[in-house]
Design a binder for this molecule. Structure first.
Ligand code: ZN
Length: 423
């Protein structure tokens, strides 16, 4: 039932064109004074009005996209079709930055990147898709969340026909969802910070959907979704950080690199056992210096392995001279060298080599970056990867975004699959 009641005053309705009134039941006119009707041209007729047009149900038109909050540092995996609609420091549209480089490698200043629609469409296949009426296609974000871990998400909302209500639908045995902020329900575009906290209560073996259902006039419609990949098979990876001493300087763990590495592992459902040795190995005999050092401008001897990759082997030989270290034979071995000419070097991409070398001049994300090379990932801007993104345009660990002063900590679903073949 609807009702308009006007108390007092005078109402004038003026229509330039035709004014039609239809009702499914009676229309009642009653006046306590007079009723007057006048058809200026054709008089007044009764009993032959046109049929009412079919009733158009009000369409529910809204869409809610979920995004990580701006303080997300990769504590859980979140891979979405980026559209520059989040508050993340780096959030370029994938439609602009997925493509290929020419013959020159991306880091060459003369390298040419060409955006590719067909590769972007291939990239979209990474996401489940459904149609939201009145809007374009909805690409569902892929998320990874280990048992007992939490994720806080923002919402980008667009409403042109308001719903009466919205609610989350999910398996309550698996997730606990806390609503931190009610979603905006007014017409227009809104960005709501930190709307939900999702906690994973237990392991599960099939893709879990968290759906946002909007209701209007008793009609339900899906207006948002997140897919959470099965987390019941967790891969174990062992890593040992080994300090190396050269020329009376010793390499050490840097900044938050253990945290960044641990987060990166969690994104791929990897349980990283990360050991940090306090005992260093010392290098620097004539043979080592001959191959792996150079002189800087001031004439000091500094490490230089830019041309000789076999430093990995030399360090391993030194490390395993101590038989006690045999327990680390199957570990990823990360040798932390003092200052050198590079940030870090992985021995091989996805080969059998488990040895990585990093220098003290590195940043927080170098060690995770080099380890991910050793575990099979190419640079995001490398034409040899499954997808190629424009240099510096992602916050992916395998990009060089640190060179642009931004942090890198994320990985995408296709990379999770390489790091953990069970995904
Ligand atoms: Zn690299």
């Amino acid at each position: 039932m609807s009702r308009i009641r006007i108390v007092g005053g005078k109402i004038t309705k003026h229509t330039v064109g035709t004014h039609n009134m239809y009702a499914e039941e009676s229309i009642v006119f009653r006046s306590d004074k007079a009723i007057s009707e006048k058809g200026e041209e054709k008089g007044v007729t009764y009993g032959k009005p046109k049929k009412a047009p079919p009733v158009v149900k009000s369409l529910l038109k809204c869409v809610v996209e979920f995004r990580p909050s701006k303080d997300w540092k990769g504590e859980f995996g979140f891979d979405w079709n980026r559209k520059s609609d989040s508050q993340m420091p780096v959030d370029e549209k994938y439609s602009d930055v997925v493509g290929k480089y020419g013959t020159l490698y991306a880091t060459n200043p003369k390298a040419i990147f060409t955006q590719s629609n067909s590769l972007y469409i291939k990239h979209l296949l990474e996401y489940e898709m459904f149609i939201v009426d009145g809007y374009s296609r909805y690409y569902v974000p892929n998320m990874t969340l280990m048992k007992n871990e939490k994720a806080i998400l923002d919402a980008a909302i667009e409403i042109s026909e308001q719903p009466d209500s919205m609610c989350y639908e999910y398996d309550e045995n698996i997730f606990q969802i806390t609503i931190l902020e009610k979603l905006s329900n007014k017409k227009g575009k809104h960005y709501n910070d930190k709307v939900i906290e999702i906690k994973c209560l237990k392991e599960f073996s099939s893709v879990q959907k968290i759906e946002l259902i909007a209701t209007k006039d008793k009609i339900n419609k899906k207006v948002g979704q997140i897919n959470i990949l099965p987390n019941n098979i967790v891969k174990d990876v062992n890593v040992v950080f080994i300090p190396v001493r050269h020329n009376s300087k010793t390499g050490a763990v840097k900044g938050y690199e253990l945290q960044i590495l641990n987060n990166a592992f969690k994104q791929s459902y990897i349980k990283g056992s990360i050991i940090q040795l306090s005992k260093y190995i010392e290098v620097g005999d004539w043979w080592f210096d001959l191959f792996f050092t150079t002189k800087d401008k001031k004439g000091n001897t500094i490490l230089d392995t830019s041309n000789v990759r076999s430093i990995h082997r030399a360090l391993d030989d030194k490390f395993f001279e101590d038989k006690k270290n045999d327990i680390y034979k199957d570990y990823y071995r990360l040798y932390m060298l003092p200052d050198g000419t590079l940030n870090g070097v992985a021995e091989d991409i996805g080969g059998n080599a488990k040895v990585v070398v990093v220098y003290q001049g590195r940043n927080d994300s170098t060690a995770p970056h080099e380890l991910m090379h050793a575990m099979g990932l190419y640079h995001t801007f490398d034409n040899d990867g499954k997808f190629t993104y424009k240099l510096h345009k992602t916050d992916n660990i395998m990009d060089y975004t640190h060179q642009a002063g931004k942090s890198r900590f994320s990985t995408n679903k296709w990379q999770w699959k390489i790091l953990n073949s069970k995904i």
